[in-house]
Ligand binder design. Sequence first.
Ligand SMILES: Cc1cc2nc3c(=O)[nH]c(=O)nc-3n(C[C@H](O)[C@H](O)[C@H](O)COP(=O)(O)O)c2cc1C
Length: 186
Amino acid sequence: MDVIGALRSRRSIGRLEGDVDENQIRELVELATWAPNHRLTEPWRFTIIRGAARERLGRLWAEIAGRDLPLTGEAREAALQREAAKLLRAPVLIAVSVRTDPDDVTATEDLAATAAAVENILLGAAGLGLGAMWRTGEMAYSEEVKAFLGLDPTDRIVAFVYLGRPSAEAPPPKARDVEAAVRWLD
Ligand SMILES: Cc1cc2nc3c(=O)[nH]c(=O)nc-3n(C[C@H](O)[C@H](O)[C@H](O)COP(=O)(O)O)c2cc1C
């Protein structure tokens, strides 16, 4: 797949199944690290969550989400199960995080570079015939989830990239409003 074709055809695919070969995961992480990064800070970290680790994180997340849940009994149980099952929407998740540099400008640029690294993973996955989806949700902003992943409290989770074999066609893309987004200065 050529780059322009990949840019146009990549879509978020929410339901992913099967498994992802470990070499493909390694390749996607390697592709991520080719993202531009100012002063070559290489600020990103990739935490692979698969197999039973998804279930452990799912249980932790359900416990966290359950604290603010104004439900009891069966309704509560069902809601907690739904939260835990979120982690099972793909066989592999890559948590992409960025360390926070004490210098604000560097921290901003590191965050931008890490977002570019995430896009490399999404495009790389499309190139490998895999489905992928960038998700954050409240889980990405939980201190306890960061601790589970072995991250520093000052790190930021930029994405949980869900990876797997697409279980269905992605819905057709919504047209982007290019004209509204561009200003020309001559
Ligand atoms: C920073 C970021 C966070 C996102 N978090 C979520 C999320 O939590 N849940 C979700 O359904 N999609 C999430 N998305 C995916 C967007 O919803 C998706 O890219 C958008 O709907 C466009 O669809 P496309 O990727 O197929 O073009 C996220 C995307 C970005 C860039």
